[in-house]
Design a protein around this ligand. Structure first.
Ligand code: 3HC
Length: 313
C-alpha cells in the first residue's frame, strides 16, 4: 500500500484526481480504495455530518487493515492514507480539477440526473463520469449530460464491503467510448480490483443473479419451509457461500434488496426478468416498513450491531 500519488495514464492524459459523491458505506469505501492506491481523492456530500460519518467509516476500515499490515504504526498508516482525502459540500468545487467522478449517492434517478447535469457544466471536458448505482439504468442517468460527456460516462459498480471485495463491474452504455472503457479498466486494476464488463442491463451481472436468489430465500422462510438460521447454515456449509442469504441481506440492507426488486417490477419484462421473480414479498415489505433494514439499522433478520448512520447508500 502506498500513499504516494501515482494515477493512471490514458490517451487523453493522466487520471490522478478522483472525486466521490456520497459519503455512505459505498462512497466511503470507494474513496478509501482510491486513496489507498495512489489517487488524490475528494469526498463530497450534502452535509458536513455526512462527510464526517464517511471519514469515520474510512478510518475504522483503515485501522483494521493497518493492524494486519502495519501493526507497529497503525496510526501513521491510517493518517498517511487519510491525508490523500479531502472533503467538501460544494459539488462544483469538488469536480473542478477531477479526472474521474464516481457517484454513490441515494438511488434516485432524478437526484442523480440533477447532480450529473450540474457537474457536466463544472468538470473538465476530459473528466470521466461514473455511477455506482445498483438499480438504475446508466444510460438514463447519463442522458442528463452532453453528448460528448455521454461518451465519457459508464457504470462502475463496487461491492460491499468495498475495501475487501475484489470485483468491479464496468457497465458500458452504447455511447461509452473505447478510450473511456480502457481507462476505467486501468483505474479499477490500479485500485487493486478485478474488473468485469457488462451491458447496461437490470442488475448487471452480480445483482441479476444474486437478488432473485435472496428473494427466493425470503419466500422459503415466509412459507415456513426452514428458519433463516438453517437456510444460512445450508448455503454456507453446503453451497460454499461466505455468508448465507439472510446474513447477506442484513449486510447489504433489506431496503436495498427491496428497492432493487421494486425497480425491476416497474420495468418487468426488460432484461429477461419475469414478474414471478420480483413479485412483492409481504415479509420483506413488513420488515422494511418496521425499519428493520439489517446492519445499518441494528435489526434485520437477525439482531445485528448497528454500523454507522448512513444517510446515503
Ligand atoms: N474494511 C477493510 N477490510 C475488511 C472490511 C472492511 N470494512 N471487511 C472485511 N475486511 C477484510 C478483513 O480484514 C479480512 O482481510 P484479510 O483476508 O486480509 O484478513 C477479509 O476482509 C475477510 O474478513 P474477515 O476475516 O473479518 O471475515 P470473513 O472472512 O467472514 O469475510 C466478508 C467478511 C468479506 C464480508 C465475507 O463474509 C464476504 O465475502 N461476504 C459476502 C459479501 C458479499 O457478497 N458482498 C456483495 C454484496 S452485493 C453488493 O454489494 C451489491 C450491491 O449493489 C447490493
Amino acid at each position: 500500500v502506498s500513499s504516494g500519488i501515482r494515477g493512471v495514464s490514458s490517451r487523453s492524459g493522466k487520471v490522478e484526481k478522483l472525486t466521490v459523491f456520497g459519503a455512505g458505506l459505498m462512497g466511503a469505501g470507494i474513496a478509501q480504495v482510491g486513496a489507498q492506491n495512489g489517487f488524490k481523492v475528494i469526498l463530497s456530500d450534502v452535509t458536513d455530518k455526512a462527510l464526517q460519518n464517511g471519514l469515520n467509516i474510512i478510518s475504522k476500515s483503515l485501522s483494521r487493515i493497518g493492524k494486519k499490515t502495519q501493526p507497529d504504526d497503525v496510526e501513521g498508516f491510517t493518517k498517511g492514507i487519510m491525508d490523500n482525502i479531502s472533503t467538501t459540500t460544494d459539488a462544483g468545487e469538488a469536480v473542478e480539477e477531477a479526472d474521474l467522478v464516481v457517484e454513490a449517492i441515494i438511488e434516485s434517478l432524478k437526484i442523480k440526473r440533477d447532480l450529473f447535469g450540474y457537474l457536466d457544466t463544472k468538470a473538465k471536458a476530459g473528466c470521466i463520469f461514473a455511477s455506482n448505482t445498483s438499480s438504475l439504468s446508466i444510460t438514463e442517468i447519463a442522458q442528463s449530460c452532453s453528448t460528448e460527456r455521454q461518451m465519457r460516462f459508464a457504470g462502475l459498480h463496487f461491492f460491499n464491503p468495498v475495501p475487501a471485495m475484489k470485483l468491479v463491474e464496468i457497465v458500458r452504455t452504447t455511447h461509452t467510448s473505447d478510450e473511456t472503457y480502457e481507462t476505467l479498466r486501468s483505474i479499477t486494476e490500479q485500485m487493486g480490483k478485478s474488473p468485469v464488463t457488462c451491458k447496461d442491463t437490470p442488475g448487471f451481472i452480480v445483482n441479476r443473479l444474486l437478488i432473485p436468489y435472496l428473494l427466493d430465500a425470503i419466500r422459503m422462510v415466509e412459507r415456513g419451509d426452514a428458519t433463516p438460521e438453517d437456510v444460512d447454515k445450508a448455503m454456507e456449509l453446503g453451497g460454499g457461500y461466505p455468508m448465507g442469504p439472510f446474513k447477506l441481506l442484513d449486510f447489504v440492507g433489506l431496503d436495498t434488496a427491496s428497492y432493487i426488486a421494486q425497480g425491476w417490477r416497474e420495468k418487468s419484462g426488460s432484461g429477461g426478468i419475469s414478474e414471478e421473480v420480483v413479485k412483492p414479498i409481504p415479509l420483506l415489505d413488513r420488515l422494511v416498513k418496521e425499519g428493520k433494514m439489517g446492519r445499518k439499522s441494528g435489526k434485520g433478520f437477525y439482531d445485528v450491531p448497528k454500523l454507522f448512520n448512513s444517510p446515503t447508500f
